[in-house]
Design a protein around this ligand. Structure first.
Ligand SMILES: CC(C)(COP(=O)(O)OP(=O)(O)OC[C@H]1O[C@@H](n2cnc3c(N)ncnc32)[C@H](O)[C@@H]1OP(=O)(O)O)[C@@H](O)C(=O)NCCC(=O)NCCS
Length: 117
């Protein structure tokens, strides 16, 4: 909801529908001793498929700034935005723009494949 609140030029009704079109990962973490086994990749993939089948078009994430985490999301199809960089979303036949407030996180965005994989 934090990111949806930053979509510019959307009415209250559109924001409600955007709540279906956009999903946000707030935290994805794996126990230190279980990392590197593909668990997070499989979990992310399962979420993407389930969300896509429910009509979700974009998956957003606020990630910490560790380069390994940025690289991890980039390798899985996310565009990692620069601080203050606006992002244009195609929604209901038009373009809406969101721009996050600068904070300690970086934003990643991924367009999901329509109707599943
Ligand atoms: C980022 C994170 C979720 C990845 O989980 P994971 O289950 O180890 O990831 P996977 O096994 O699916 O993927 C492993 C890949 O991530 C890389 N990687 C990045 N950070 C890693 C870490 N700390 N430990 C192991 N592998 C890591 C590996 O090099 C590997 O790269 P490859 O696909 O090119 O081989 C996990 O490192 C983590 O919990 N980090 C701390 C929490 C965090 O910062 N989450 C992101 C904010 S939303």
């Amino acid at each position: 909801m934090l990111l949806i609140s930053n979509v510019q030029g959307a009415s209250a009704e559109e924001r409600t529908r955007l709540g279906v079109a956009l999903a946000e990962i707030q935290l994805l973490a794996v126990d230190v001793d279980k990392r590197g086994q593909g668990l997070a990749t499989r979990l992310l993939r399962s979420c993407e498929v389930a969300l896509s089948l429910r009509g979700c078009q974009y998956l957003l994430v606020k990630m910490n700034r560790d380069q390994s985490v940025v690289d991890w999301y980039a390798a899985r199809g996310f565009q990692v935005l620069d601080d203050g960089q606006p992002f244009a979303l195609r929604f209901e036949g038009r373009v809406v723009v969101f721009k996050d407030e600068p904070d300690e996180f970086r934003v990643g965005v991924k367009a999901l494949t329509r109707g599943g994989y």
